[in-house]
Design a protein around this ligand. Structure first.
Ligand SMILES: *Cc1c(COP(=O)(O)O)cnc(C)c1O
Length: 376
């Protein structure tokens, strides 16, 4: 290989069955290759309005404050948490995996007093425990949790958790990075005040954008803050003025124009298929995977009752060299799967069946390759 850095970069063709990014449809990539226009061009403003409507549909919300933040899911986390908390505010963070831990880190950097509520990794957040924690400390203003924990493959009951928070008047911040597009997300019905997602999981768009939504109550709360939001770029009241439709639009930053073309196409594909059809497709691929796992006498990490269809944690069979298998899958078979994180490192494989990846034929391709690799 005599590559020079001035040679064009050509990525290998991989089948992405890890925890994200997920496979991107050629139509989405094509959309991103369209000519760049100005971010205040009326045509672009029209695109942003359509994106807002599509995101409202995906979140099941009427929230006016629904838009994308420029940056991956973690930037959405920063935006949501840092707009809500002020120094000294108490926030209950339910943690059952990597991303709940990350939320704690974000909140504490924002000066909040984090009240942790920990659950075993591989188990869901329990609404009853959230209720009890809030009853024990009346100063807690916010409850934050991860709807779909990508580090373990667990779905938590968002409706019950939000109801527990409502009982005590706490506002709810939800991570929906892996849930949107894969399982139902109904933030208005559930009473979730603030939500963020990402584009590279079940929406099958390249990473780099974070759709967010704030309830009118959350916006009111932000407007009444005593202190300014820590980050200028992520101050939602300013970003909203940029996304606010014709007339209200003021220059704030330059939108990632071509990335938003891609998101428009990716969301259009999801909504033309229909959210319910997409959820059923995820479920079908997931059940096929579980059947293949059982056929081989292997086990899933997570109990059936709260398993995510889009993220499947499989216990690595005894005596198998985890890293070697993943390397061979990637380099010999062009298939990416995910490793275990934290306490689950070396213990599980994480198979993402997300967005375009959620297809029975991809599961078959994966298991055919896995069988070959394991035979050696
Ligand atoms: C992937 C993920 C994130 C972070 O998103 P990035 O795009 O990697 O920054 C946050 N929360 C959950 C649940 C995720 O799966």
């Amino acid at each position: 290989m005599n590559r020079k850095f001035t040679d064009p970069f050509l990525p290998p063709e991989r089948l992405l069955l890890g925890p994200g990014p997920s496979p991107v449809a050629p139509e989405v990539l094509k959309a991103m290759a369209h000519s760049t226009i100005g971010h205040l061009d009326p045509a672009f403003i029209g695109l942003m309005d359509e994106l807002k409507a599509m995101l409202q549909t995906c979140f099941n919300t009427k929230n006016e404050a629904t838009f994308t933040v420029a940056g991956p899911g973690s930037v959405g986390m920063d935006a949501c948490v840092l707009n809500m908390v002020e120094a000294g505010d108490k926030i209950l963070i339910a943690r059952n995996g990597v991303f709940g831990m990350r939320m704690s880190e974000v909140a504490s950097r924002g000066g909040a007093v984090v009240v942790p509520l920990d659950f075993e990794w591989g188990k869901p957040v329990e609404a009853a425990a959230v209720d009890a924690a809030l009853a024990a400390d009346k100063d807690i203003k916010f409850v934050a949790f991860v709807h779909a924990e990508t580090s373990t493959g667990v779905l938590s009951d968002a409706k019950a958790i939000a109801a527990a928070a409502a009982k005590h008047g706490a506002m709810v911040i939800m991570d929906a990075v892996t849930s949107v597009g894969g399982v139902p997300v109904k933030i208005d019905e559930w009473g979730v005040d603030v939500v963020y997602t990402g584009t590279q999981k079940c929406i099958s768009c390249p990473p780099g954008l974070s759709p967010v939504s704030f309830s009118p109550r959350a916006i009111e709360h932000i407007k009444n803050r005593k202190t300014k939001v820590l980050s200028w770029f992520l101050d939602v009241t300013q970003v909203m003025a940029y996304w606010g439709g014709e007339g209200a639009r003021a220059y704030h930053h330059t939108a990632p124009i071509n990335a938003l073309y891609g998101l428009h196409e990716a969301l259009r594909r999801v909504l033309v298929e229909g959210l319910d059809t997409a959820f059923a497709r995820h479920k079908k691929a997931h059940l096929h995977l579980v059947a293949e796992v059982k056929k081989r006498g292997w086990e899933m990490l997570v109990d059936e009752a709260y398993r995510l269809p889009q993220l499947n944690a499989i216990k690595i069979p005894a005596g198998v060299d985890d890293a070697k298998v993943r390397r061979s899958l990637l380099l010999d078979h062009n298939i990416e799967i995910g490793a275990g994180l934290g306490v689950l490192a070396g213990k599980v494989w994480r198979i993402g069946l997300m967005g375009e990846g959620a297809r029975v034929e991809h599961v078959d391709t994966l298991f055919a390759a896995l069988d070959k690799v394991l035979k050696g």
